[in-house]
Design a binder for this molecule. Structure first.
Ligand code: COA
Length: 258
């Protein structure tokens, strides 16, 4: 499919989805959000893709939030629908994705932009990045899971501070908080992220899928993550990848999971 607001590239089994509205700092309108949903689902269905990177076009913004112009006249019902559909994409399509998803944050990641990054499995940010949930300054609150995922990652006190002040933090602070996993120079962001992808992809895709499911289970209400882990662990024993990984170890060679 041709995307209007995204670039979609596949190279070395990695799909890079770049949000492409740089003149609007990649603000997330409903159309862009639907395209992200479609692009990630296509990559999940595509056996040539084993890992997804989400980034923004340009050197200024990852995503500067939901498109404010689009929701300015929304009613309560429309607000509900916007938030509910956003939650569905971030929780079901991105966070629960069976293939690893890395956010390569290349600038402003604000509001819905930070919320996309929070739903990804790993975050890498360039040193010029600024991250925040400024919604209260607009008279709303984060509506794509920010009030839930931010405290999960950085703790309640820091999350309350960021959400109530609406302040932006830089990549040093984000790294110290555990909001991002790695910080790089602006130039090195994509190379670093692709190297990280390569390292992850040297491991079993099946094991990665099961591990993602288990870690997510820790945050799902009413789900016993330990039980999920027992089940996912046992499932690994019936895969070709388990035979390959263990026999490679015993034969003192690198496993080939491709
Ligand atoms: N929604 C819609 N348009 C947005 C946007 C958003 N979230 N963020 C930026 N834009 C648009 C601006 O309106 C401007 O468009 P214009 O040239 O047609 O006027 C363009 O992107 C460039 O942004 P600008 O504000 O001129 O850049 P800046 O460098 O002066 O400031 C920011 C950058 C990120 C500080 C500022 O754009 C901003 O505060 N954006 C909103 C962030 C936000 O509140 N996000 C949460 C939304 S729920």
């Amino acid at each position: 499919m041709e995307y209007k607001n995204l670039k979609y590239e596949i190279e070395n089994r990695v799909n890079v989805i770049s949000i492409n509205r740089p003149e609007k700092l990649n603000a997330l309108n409903i159309e862009t959000f639907a395209e992200i949903d479609h692009a990630v689902k296509s990559s999940v269905a595509n056996s040539d893709v084993r890992l997804i990177i989400i980034t923004g076009v340009g050197d200024k913004a990852f995503v500067a939030g939901a498109d404010i112009k689009e929701f300015i006249n929304f009613s309560m019902e429309e607000g509900y629908e916007l938030s509910e559909s956003g939650h569905k994409v971030l929780t079901e399509t991105i966070e629960s994705c069976s293939k690893p998803i890395i956010a390569a944050i290349n600038g402003y990641a604000l509001g819905g932009g930070l919320e996309i990054a929070l739903a990804c499995h790993i975050r890498v940010a360039s040193e010029n990045s600024k991250m925040g949930l400024p919604e209260v300054s607009l008279g709303v609150i984060p509506g794509y899971g920010g009030t839930q995922r931010l405290p999960q990652l950085i703790g309640k006190g820091r999350a309350m501070d960021m959400i109530m002040t609406g302040k932006m933090i830089d990549s040093n602070e984000a790294l110290a908080f555990g909001l991002i996993n790695y910080k790089t120079s602006q130039n090195e962001l994509m190379n670093f992220t692709k190297d990280l992808a390569k390292k992850i992809l040297s491991n079993s895709s099946n094991a990665l899928k099961n591990a993602i499911r288990c870690v997510n289970a820790n945050f799902q209400q009413g789900v016993n993550g330990f039980e999920v882990e027992i089940n996912e662990f046992s499932r690994c024993f019936e895969t070709k990848e388990f035979i390959e990984g263990t026999s490679a170890f015993l034969n003192k060679r690198k496993p080939d999971f491709n």
